[in-house]
Design a binder for this molecule. Structure first.
Ligand code: HEC
Length: 128
């Protein structure tokens, strides 16, 4: 009697354990899926941006609307750093991540389409 009840408890425990294992597995699977979709989207955005040949004038206008508050009217720096040698210090991919990522507060992340991002890059290159 005692052996059968302990084996029933054991079976219950095993079932519980497998249930938890299954839930953990599903959660991990969802995390990986989100990570890959995100990664793929980011890469697609960067590739699309780098394929374009933007306009420095358009980029200048965009910079005056979005960036001068922190980087100064002629990008000589204010709260944010001087951007005149930025294209020597960072490659285009890194600059795209800087502008769209929001990884260095207080600089916000910008939702900017590939055409305008390409214009901004062209403008930053024109500062060299
Ligand atoms: C709210 C203020 C703010 C705004 C608006 C802002 N930035 Fe920044 N930016 C910063 C600060 C502060 C840093 C330095 C972050 C750090 O690395 O600590 C920075 C860093 C950068 C860097 C990297 C510079 C380096 O030397 O590492 C780039 C490139 C840049 N910003 C571009 C832009 C562009 C382009 C825009 C407009 C689309 C913009 N920023 C708008 C505050 C701002």
């Amino acid at each position: 009697m005692s052996t059968s009840s302990s084996s029933a408890a054991e079976r219950n425990f095993k079932r519980e354990f497998l249930n938890i294992l299954f839930i953990v597995f599903v959660v991990l699977l969802i995390c990986f899926f989100i990570f890959f979709v995100n990664h793929h989207e980011n890469n697609k955005y960067i590739i699309e941006t780098l394929e374009l040949n933007g306009s420095a004038e358009e980029g200048d206008a965009l910079f005056k609307i979005n960036c001068v508050g922190c980087h100064g009217i002629s990008a000589r720096g204010l709260v944010g750093p001087d951007l005149h040698t930025i294209t020597k210090r960072m490659n285009d991919k890194e600059i795209i991540k800087q502008v769209t990522g929001g990884l260095t507060p207080p600089m916000p992340s910008f939702e900017i389409d590939p055409v305008n991002m390409s214009n901004l890059l062209k403008y930053l290159h024109s500062l060299e």
